[in-house]
Design a protein around this ligand. Structure first.
Ligand code: APR
Length: 254
């Protein structure tokens, strides 16, 4: 007797094989197997740091304090992280023409690093910094973080990473592109997210309201599971996506 996960994997693979417009919505959980902690749950970033370090008003009033934690979490940690099997399978599926887009909440750049091109970064990314005074942009790799807060070489203004802080709006183009995906995808993979942060969490919900099937990959339940998820594959993203890809190879061959 096939176990429940195996049955769900076959069901999910069939749905993916028949998808006309497959999109993915990813959260911190997809990067856990790359060594980057998630935000919530056991060992999560928000269990060690106060989220106010990413509050835009706190940042502007306490740049040095905020930057100390930002460097620690988003640059020291992230810099060493490499894409894991989950990122690599999504890149393979884009190259095969199977996956049309990824809407990611993540700012770790691992989808780009794995080779995905159509990546909508809903919360911006950590690879670029912008001067809060003259708006000049700098690749994060060229900014010396030994001295914090980092200042603009041109006008000595305060530099800020290009990812979205609490209290900031979502980048307009990311918002519009994500809206297109939630109106056009007939299948949405929802990978490694609690679905607790808005407006990002609206994306899979809108897709489901538009009739899309939701395939959720997460060892735990999330805010999507009960009312929006069609098939819940309970497991780690790297393992589940590797298994799905194996099954899809057999379906294509039949
Ligand atoms: N594979 C898949 N999912 C996993 C794995 C794994 N190996 N490990 C953990 N998870 C799941 C957890 O069960 C949890 O549901 O990943 C999810 C991580 O949830 P969060 O830490 O809340 O991350 P996320 O949903 O991306 O947070 C959204 O919150 O703080 C803000 O801007 C930040 O983008 C972030 C947003």
């Amino acid at each position: 007797m096939l176990d429940l996960l195996e049955l769900n994997l076959k069901k999910a693979a069939q749905i993916i094989a028949e998808a006309k417009h497959l999109a993915a919505f990813t959260g911190a959980g997809i990067s856990v197997e790359s060594g980057i902690p998630s935000y919530r749950g056991q060992g999560g970033i928000w269990t060690k740091y106060n989220p106010q370090v990413l509050d835009i008003n706190f940042f502007q009033e306490n740049p040095e304090e905020s930057w100390k934690h930002i460097r620690n979490v988003f640059y020291d940690y992230f810099a060493k992280a490499q894409p894991n099997a989950a990122h690599q399978i999504l890149a393979k599926w884009e190259q095969e023409g199977r996956l049309k887009s990824i809407v990611t909440q993540n700012i770790d750049n691992l989808h780009h690093a794995a080779g995905n091109v159509n990546v909508i970064e809903f919360h911006g990314n950590s690879q670029v910094m912008t001067c809060t005074k003259c708006a000049e942009k700098y690749p994060a790799k060229q900014v010396n973080l030994d001295k914090i807060p980092p200042k603009c070489p041109k006008c000595n203004g305060l530099l800020k990473p290009d990812f979205i802080f609490f209290g900031e709006g979502i980048p307009k183009d990311a918002f519009e592109q994500s809206d297109f995906e939630s109106n056009n995808a007939d299948v949405f993979l929802v990978i490694g997210t609690t679905g607790e942060v808005y407006p990002a969490a609206e994306i899979p919900k809108n897709a489901a309201r538009n009739g899309a099937k939701i395939i959720e990959i997460n060892p735990e339940d999330s805010a999507f599971t009960r009312n929006f998820t069609t098939v819940h594959l309970k497991g780690k993203a790297g393992e589940i996506l590797t298994r799905l890809d194996e099954i899809l190879q057999t379906i294509v061959k039949e």
